[in-house]
Design a protein around this ligand. Structure first.
Ligand SMILES: Nc1ncnc2c1ncn2[C@@H]1O[C@H](COP(=O)(O)OP(=O)(O)O)[C@@H](O)[C@H]1O
Ligand SMILES: O=P(O)(O)OC[C@H]1O[C@](O)(COP(=O)(O)O)[C@@H](O)[C@@H]1O
Length: 311
């Protein structure tokens, strides 16, 4: 069983507007509401790929009810702790020229009693989990080292821990040696505190994270593909050129693709190719955090993986 950890879920609202302009009101006929936050996008894509998934974290209020309904509809097992504050909403405004403006709420405050409830549940869920996939920001009330704590618990039960987060929670989590992290270039730059202006710079930073104890460092580079550093070496994935429609959630789809592949005991090369195919397939869909399984199969044939340099 794959368990997704979604500590700060969200209702994702997407507005498609011909040309978004500041200081203007926009009447919008094209919009959609989905169960989101990075980890729920990962969960949805895993279900599309045919995996059994259960999701855990914190849910509250009417937004929490909406998300619980979506989980039921998608057959994702709901193991969320109920809280007394409202789950957040995140807004993405997409223009025809593909510019993207996002407003991400910070999320509810999680009281200590709910944190304790979650930790007890999490330890129990680890007993029949093969891979944990944890994604997204931390809601208020959780310490910056919360993911480190979850990784250490997973180590005790020999469960692989895949983490997609950013900022301080990511920095702290690296010390606990997760199985995989997936920063994009901006997140990698935040992590090392400098601009990375060439592929060599990106590779060097990814290698440093590998030597710090992360087994797989997967850096996603948008339309430029991805780089993976692990004990086999440094690898680059080149992806086909496509007409992107909505790239929001491509990183989440990429994580889902990697988790799907390793759960099926594929080797890392297939996992990298599959992860990229899912990221590309998501960018070709209108809906955030969604892939078409047939598109994934087609794109997979067009992805090249080659050794970038040896460490
Ligand atoms: N415009 C695009 N065209 C083709 N593939 C894309 C595009 N944007 C993202 N992808 C695919 O999705 C993956 C993750 O996207 P990226 O934008 O790097 O992540 P994030 O959403 O976390 O910022 C990329 O490595 C690539 O495989
Ligand atoms: O949990 P965070 O880090 O605040 O991010 C939340 C947002 O990230 C997204 O998952 C998009 O992420 P990516 O484009 O990086 O895959 C949105 O759906 C969501 O609202």
């Amino acid at each position: 069983m794959i368990t997704t950890v979604v500590l700060n879920p969200a209702i994702d609202v997407r507005y498609s507007i011909d040309r978004f302009e500041l200081n203007k009101s926009h009447r919008c006929t094209h919009y959609q509401k989905t169960a989101g936050g990075k980890g729920l996008n990962v969960s949805r894509v895993l279900r599309i790929l045919g995996d059994d998934v259960r999701a855990t974290g914190f849910l509250g209020g009417n937004s929490g009810e909406f998300i619980a309904g979506e989980l039921h509809r998608l057959a994702i097992e709901n193991r969320f702790v109920r809280i007394d504050e409202e789950t957040r909403t995140c807004i993405a405004i997409l223009s025809k020229d593909l510019t993207q403006t996002e407003i991400l709420e910070s999320g509810p405050f999680i009281k200590k009693e709910f944190v304790d409830q979650f930790l007890t549940l999490y330890r129990k869920l680890l007993d029949d989990t093969t891979v944990i996939s944890a994604s997204g920001s931390l809601p208020r009330g959780l310490e910056d080292d919360f993911y480190s704590l979850l990784i250490e618990e997973a180590h005790k039960k020999r469960v692989k821990f895949v983490l997609d987060t950013s900022g301080l929670p990511l920095k702290k989590a690296i010390q606990a040696r997760p199985f995989l992290i997936k920063p994009n270039q901006t997140e990698l730059e935040q992590l090392c505190g400098k601009k990375l202006s060439s592929e060599e710079d990106v590779i060097q930073q990814a290698c440093e994270l590998y030597f710090a104890g992360v087994e797989n460092v997967l850096v996603s580079l948008g339309a430029a593909g991805a780089i993976l550093v692990n004990r086999e070496g440094v690898f680059k994935a080149r992806i086909p050129k496509i007409q992107a429609i909505n790239p929001v959630g491509s990183g989440d789809s990429m994580v889902a693709g990697f988790v799907h592949a390793i759960s099926a005991h594929s080797d890392w090369e297939h996992a990298l190719r599959y992860a990229c195919a899912c990221g590309v397939a998501n960018a070709m869909e209108e809906e955030t955090g969604k892939v078409n399984a047939e598109t994934v199969r087609e794109v997979l044939k067009k992805i090249d993986v080659f050794g970038a340099v040896s460490k």
